[in-house]
Ligand binder design. Structure first.
Ligand code: NAD
Length: 484
């Protein structure tokens, strides 16, 4: 099976913050991979705009070094890398001043799609949007891409939306949540809405509960000062985990188009019940394994910021009433894994008797590592000796089923940038969605702040604080093991 690569139309892509960490680790390597795959047309140009003084040649060296660092040797070739690098140029620009805007304007070509990637601190989103407009660089067909974090509460997100809306229409704004760009996340929609098998069972009558886990082994390390103002709730739950919850919980959209999909996601967020304090466990990692504690990392000995959070969420609508969603995410945990598990209810009656044991169907959607889906089904254990039941995985991992080309699928950033050029907003968050997610998150964080709530300590390399286990145990359920 050969994958089809459809080239996008020619474009000028400006990366504000083109020398930064995100540009070097994700954006530039991702663009190179799309060039290599034949998806980026010859006429496409990429212009990095950042604060430091560089000429084109120096920036090209930076970009080449980044691609060589972040794309393994066997996956790049000198000829295509040289060709790609030729498409890059650089403008030194001051996002909050006047320098660099006229040279940028001169570089832009007529008749090309114009996209502007704001890979800079959120405080610069407004000033850049304003100057793009002032200097006539962005027009009604231009697109802007904005990175996370989109605000730190409802008020700041609303303000940011208003600022961007002064210069750009909602149809021009692409708010990135890279979780939505993952192949498996889209596959989840294909499995749900492309088959007749799952949708009839996708409700409280047949689903016992859903677990969403995003576990990291790393700590906050060099990002401690930034993270300490944020915490797991703002950094992960309000955006990434919330988006995953929406895709699992939403009603079938009438079409796979941006507003139809985002309307359904918004309805889910609005149907989330407020979370009571006893339904949430916050944690903070201790020192261990030769690594400092969270507080040392954050350089704040009294920090009350959570590096872990687990919670039970009820979605108050006809489809999900009575079927809880359990979410957890944290740093310095046992393994690096992101997974959604849809745990179906027991069969209503076991004809095989108590000795056959308890068996449940679980659909596991794995985002990393080893993206794929697995459906646990119960069958007879082979051989003589009566009717013993065993659970076996029905592996829907696309790399196995679809052949080696499927392993080379674009990563989340590659796919999302190409979607920007294509003008497809389906996998980007709409302004009202982000605001609704903050409206749900704010009271939870405010309650912690008002009570000076202290997170529970947990040892690194574990599954988080013991209380997180209790969150499920007391309801006769258990978390799936966190493992690679
Ligand atoms: P960074 O600090 O590494 O890079 C910042 C870039 O902005 C540099 O190129 C710098 O020259 C430029 N810049 C700073 N001030 C400027 C000014 N006044 N005028 C023009 N350019 C200016 O930051 P980063 O880690 O690349 O992050 C960029 C954005 O992406 C942030 O919003 C961040 O929250 C978001 N983000 C980053 C990551 C990541 O892994 N690094 C992940 C998700 C989201």
């Amino acid at each position: 099976m050969v994958s089809r690569v459809i080239p996008v139309d020619p474009f000028d892509l400006v990366i504000f913050g083109g020398t930064g960490d995100l540009a070097r680790r994700k954006i530039l390597p991702g663009l190179y991979r799309r060039y290599q795959a034949g998806q980026m047309p010859e006429e496409a140009r990429i212009i990095a705009a950042a604060r430091s003084d560089h000429d084109d040649a120096e920036f090209r060296d930076i970009a080449r070094a980044a691609i060589e660092e972040f794309i393994p040797e066997g996956k790049r070739d000198a000829a295509s890398l040289d060709e790609f690098i030729e498409r890059l140029s650089y403008v030194a620009i001051d996002a909050t001043g006047d320098d660099g805007w006229a040279p940028l304007s001169e570089k832009m070509r007529e008749g090309m799609i114009r996209a502007f990637y704001f890979s800079v601190a959120p405080s610069l989103f407004g000033p850049i949007a304003e100057r793009l407009h002032q200097h006539g660089i962005a027009g009604p067909d231009s697109r802007i891409v904005v990175e996370k974090p989109f605000g730190r509460d409802l008020a700041s997100a609303r303000k940011l939306n208003q600022t961007l809306a002064q210069h750009f229409d909602e149809t021009q704004i692409y708010r990135i949540d890279h979780y939505l760009g993952k192949e498996t996340v889209q596959n989840l929609m294909a499995v749900r809405f492309g088959n007749v098998l799952f949708e009839p069972l996708w409700n409280a009558q047949y689903v016992d509960h859903i677990q969403i886990t995003v576990a990291e082994t790393v700590g906050v390390d060099g990002r401690g000062a930034y993270y300490d103002k944020s915490g797991a709730m703002r950094d992960m739950v309000q955006n990434h985990l919330m988006q995953l919850l929406c895709l699992i919980a939403m009603e079938p959209p009438s079409r796979f188009d941006p507003d139809a999909v985002r309307d359904e996601k918004l309805k889910v967020i609005r149907a989330l019940e407020p979370v009571e304090p006893y339904q949430i466990v916050r944690g903070q990692y201790e020192a261990g394994g030769g690594q400092p504690s969270y507080r040392d990392h954050a350089e704040n000995p009294r920090s009350l910021t959570e590096s872990f959070v687990a919670m039970k969420i009820n979605v108050s609508n006809w489809r999900w009433a009575g079927t809880p969603f359990y979410l957890r995410t944290g740093k310095r945990l046992k393994a690096r894994t992101s997974e959604i598990a849809v745990v179906f209810k027991d069969a209503p009656h076991s004809i095989f008797g108590a000795e056959a044991g308890r068996h449940r169907n679980i659909l596991t959607i794995r985002l990393q590592p080893n993206e794929g889906m697995m459906l646990g089904v119960t069958i007879k254990e082979p051989g003589p000796g009566g009717m013993r039941l065993v659970d076996v995985p029905l592996d829907m991992t696309f790399a196995d089923a679809l052949g080696p080309e499927a392993e080379d699928v674009p990563d989340a950033y590659e796919r999302l940038i190409m979607d920007v050029i294509r003008g497809n907003q389906t996998l980007f968050m709409r302004g009202d969605e982000v605001e609704a997610a903050w409206a749900w998150t704010d009271p939870i964080i405010q309650a912690w702040e008002e009570r000076d709530d202290a997170p529970k300590p947990y040892d690194p390399g574990t599954s988080g604080p013991e209380d997180a286990q209790m969150l499920m145990h007391r309801e006769g359920r258990r978390w799936r093991e966190i493992r690679d």
